[in-house]
Each structure stands twice: as C-alpha cells, then as structure tokens.
Design a protein around this ligand. Structure first.
Ligand SMILES: C=C(O[C@H]1C=CC=C(C(=O)O)[C@@H]1O)C(=O)O
Length: 474
C-alpha cells in the first residue's frame, strides 16, 4: 500500500499537472515513479489483467535482467498505414511528453512515461477479416501502470492525464494503485492441456513457391528473399496466454520475450534478434541470419558450429544483413564497431550466425523511431534488393505477415529504448493460434531444406503451446 507521505507527494504532483492543464488548456501527462518491493512482473500482469484492463504488454531482455510489464492504457497510439508511420508515432510521443510532469527520483531507464508497441511488417496491410483485424497496422501503449524490474530493484510507474476541465480522480487512482499488489505471492498454476490439432495443408504449395524464388535468384532477378510460413493450431480449450508466456520465459533463455494484447488477442514470442537498442548516444544492433540445427551431443554441437561458420550459403545470407545494418550505422554514427567475422549464437533449437554492431550517434537527439525506420526490414526479414523482395513476399507467401517479423519494443521519455524483430512468434486468438517462421532464400537454397529450417524455427512457439515436448505439470 502506498504510505501517507508518498500519497501526499503523489497528490501534490497531480495537482501540479492539473494546474498546468489549466494554464495550457490541454491534457497534461503526469507520471510518478516509486521503488516498490520485489515482485514477479508476470504475476503482476496476472493479478491485474482481469481487474484493471486486458490491455497488457510484457518484455524481457535476452540477458533476463530487465523486465517491463504494463497494464491498462492511459493512451493508445494507433499506427497509421502510411510510409510516414514511424515519424507519426514519434510526433505523437513528443506531443504526449510536451509539458509532462514527471516525478522520477529513481532515474532508472525504462521507468516513467514509456511507450510500448509494434509496427506491422508493412504499412499497407489488408486487415478486414484478417488475422490481424485487432492489431491492424500496429499500436503503442502508454500504460496506466508499469512495473520495471532490473538487477537493482522493482519500480512502479503510474501515468495519468490531467485535463483542464475535469477534476482528476485522485482517490480512485490511489485505490486502484493499492489494489495492484494484493495476492502477488500467488504462483501461476500449471495446467494440463489437450494436444493441439495442427493444420499445415499449404506446405507443398510453400515448397513449390520457394522453388519459384530459387529460379528467380538463379536468373539474378534478385539476390535474397525471406519467405515465411504460418502454422495454424486449434485447441479444444483456449490456452491462457499468461501460461504460454510463462512457458516461453522458462524455455527460451538468451532470447527476448515479448507480448502485446489487444481486444482479447495476444501476440507473443521469443526472438534472438535485436533490431536496435539506444542508450544515451550509443546504439547497438545485431545481425542474426544464417542458421543450422543444434546437435544432440557436445561433439555434434561443436561440429555443427564449425560447419556453420564455414558454410558459404549461410555466410552469404548473413553478409547481406551485415552490409545493410553497417551502412545505416555509418550514416548515423561517428564511430562504428563491428566484428569482421560472425560468431555463433546458440539457442535451444537452432544455431545462428551473429555479428553485433554498435556505434556512437553523431546527433544524440536522433529518435529511436528514425533508426528503426532505416533498419526495418533488414535483409534477415525482407531481402535484397528490398523492393523486389517485398513484391515476391506478397506474391509467394500464403498468409498476411501482420506483426510477424515487425519491429516491437519500447522507448522511454529520455529516448532510451530497444526494438527487436518479432520472429519465433505467434498470435493467440481464442481457441486458435497462428505461429510463424521464415528463412532467407538465396540461389543455392534447397526448398526442402528451407522447409525443414522453418520447422525448427516453429519449435519455440510450438513447445510453449504444448505442441511438442509438453512439460509434465509440476
Ligand atoms: C525470418 C526468420 O528468421 C530470420 C532470422 C534469423 C535467421 C534467418 C535465416 O537463417 O534464414 C532468418 O533470416 C524467422 O525465424 O522467422
């Protein structure tokens, strides 16, 4: 419960917001941050998803030492379906922050006003009667309540708008805030489920289409294209999304875990691929492309790693990504640091070629959205040249990408933030789930092998949904 002193501070900050709202005759954001007892952000979501709001998000970085959990939306920014969508979100964010009253004694990144959300893969999506009718071209939340957890502690941010002509319901807000933490010691109960029915009737057509792409690659029409598949799962009983999210957290170490929920649909995943992290004037990206299965024994694994590091086809696929990300960094940074040779990134089901890139921004106030715009989609998601690759994706893929392979992430009020690429992901919609996986096609690609590679890339979501290696309830 909030003590009397901190409540007085809270009240005082909100009154300041109200005064400003009257003075400027517009809505003013008030954001209050407090350090709280350590709690599990996932339990925080679970407790409040019913009582506060179904609008939630979750984020965990790949080291597992930074989490965000948001409930409720004080503001939703809908991404517009136009090419200027990145700038549009940035402008709305700047407008929200303009004159905001921020009481943040912690100075911890990822606390205070923060926007979390996703752009769709392409701006111009078909949304009517589509899988993505709820998310449309993407959306961003300014949460009402945000829990931020790092190595040093746990923090709660409360965001509220004050209006010139309406009193702010401080007492109600206080009550809501105090109720957030009741029963937070509860554990997520393990559940038993039916095996999903998996629909994959498009597989042969997909393999045929990869063959068509290989033909075009051989004719030098294009250098690389990334083609993806959807797998549709049906359950007898709806899979609770927090259970699936918890499975991903437990099963996918070294990956970013993300989820965003809207109107009862949940988009979530465990991705190895950072698009960009911004901390002050430094930016970091990761080129992740080129894959091989992991071996079963230690020796097998070592052999697979050695082979992948020398495999010409995979090195070629990877090089396109490095070239593109490096050129964006050269454009925005004074100093760029990157390895000359890729390393191996090892995940539970798959190995990747991996080249980290970092740089110091020439202009510190560069918006993270501008960098996201320049980087998305990298040749790990689109292809080379991009225009032709996008046309081929639209022609040869058998589903609408929506938020799959799109930039998803957060930005705080000091312009720190991080976006990843939403792969190894799925959309939960009632008793159905759609999961997605793609792979880079180059002229030496074998369609059947690429098909096998997508099957491996489905495994993280499939396992979390109980489609393979179902964990016995503990
Ligand atoms: C498009 C996906 O993976 C990309 C990321 C890493 C490696 C890739 C590859 O080796 O083909 C893909 O470019 C996916 O997992 O859905």
């Amino acid at each position: 419960m909030m003590d009397v002193d901190s409540f007085d501070d809270f009240q005082h900050t909100i009154q300041e917001g109200r005064k400003k709202a009257k003075e400027f005759n517009r809505a003013i954001l008030v954001s209050v941050v407090e350090k709280i007892q350590n709690i599990d952000p996932l339990l925080f979501l679970r407790k409040n998803i019913e009582s506060v709001a179904k609008e939630t998000f979750y984020w965990e970085n790949s080291s597992g030492n930074f989490q965000l959990a948001g409930v409720g939306s004080e503001k939703i920014i809908r991404v517009n379906p136009h090419p200027n969508r990145f700038e549009h979100v940035q402008n709305q964010w700047s407008e929200i922050l303009d004159q905001a009253v921020i009481d943040n004694p912690t100075n911890v990144k990822g606390t205070g006003p923060l926007l979390f959300g996703s752009f769709s893969f392409l701006p111009n999506m078909k949304v009517e009667n589509s899988l993505w009718e709820n998310f449309k071209s993407g959306l961003f939340y300014l949460p009402k309540f945000l829990v931020t957890k790092n190595d040093k502690g746990t923090y709660l941010t409360t965001n509220v708008f004050c209006f010139p002509d309406k009193p702010c319901q401080i007492t109600r807000l206080r009550k809501e805030r105090d109720q957030l933490f009741f029963h937070n010691e509860e554990k997520l109960t393990p559940l038993t489920f039916d095996q999903p029915i998996i629909k994959n009737e498009n597989d042969e057509k997909w393999i045929e289409n990869v063959g068509k792409a290989v033909q075009l690659l051989k004719e030098n029409y294009i250098k690389k294209v990334v083609l993806a598949r959807e797998l549709r799962l049906t359950f007898q009983k709806e899979r609770p999304f927090l259970y699936v999210l918890n499975q991903l957290i437990k099963q996918q170490n070294n990956n970013y875990i993300f989820s965003i929920s809207h109107n009862g649909d949940h988009f979530l995943g465990a991705t190895p691929e950072r698009l960009v992290r911004k901390e002050g004037n430094r930016i970091f990206s990761a080129c992740v492309a080129g894959s091989a299965p992991t071996g079963k024994t230690f020796q097998e694994k070592e052999e697979m790693k050695r082979d992948l590091l020398q495999d010409k086809k995979n090195l070629g696929e990877h090089a396109f990504v490095v070239e593109m990300i490096n050129s964006v960094f050269q454009q925005y940074c004074d100093h760029v640091k990157k390895l000359n040779q890729p390393e191996i990134m090892e995940n539970r089901d798959i190995l990747h070629l991996y080249t980290p890139v970092e740089g110091v921004l020439s202009k510190e106030n560069t918006s993270i959205f501008e960098i996201v715009e320049k980087l998305h989609p990298t040749p790990a998601m689109g292809g080379v040249p991009l225009g032709k690759a996008i046309s081929l994706i639209q022609e040869l893929e058998l589903f609408e990408r929506g938020l799959y392979a799109s930039p998803i992430g957060w930005v705080d009020h000091e312009s720190n933030g991080e976006f990843v690429v939403a792969i190894r992901s799925g959309l939960l919609k009632g008793t159905e789930a759609s999961i997605f996986a793609g792979c880079g096609i180059v002229k030496d690609s074998d369609p059947l092998k690429e098909y096998e590679e997508t099957n491996i890339k489905f495994r993280p979501m499939l396992r979390a949904l109980g489609g393979i290696d179902v964990e016995s309830p503990k």
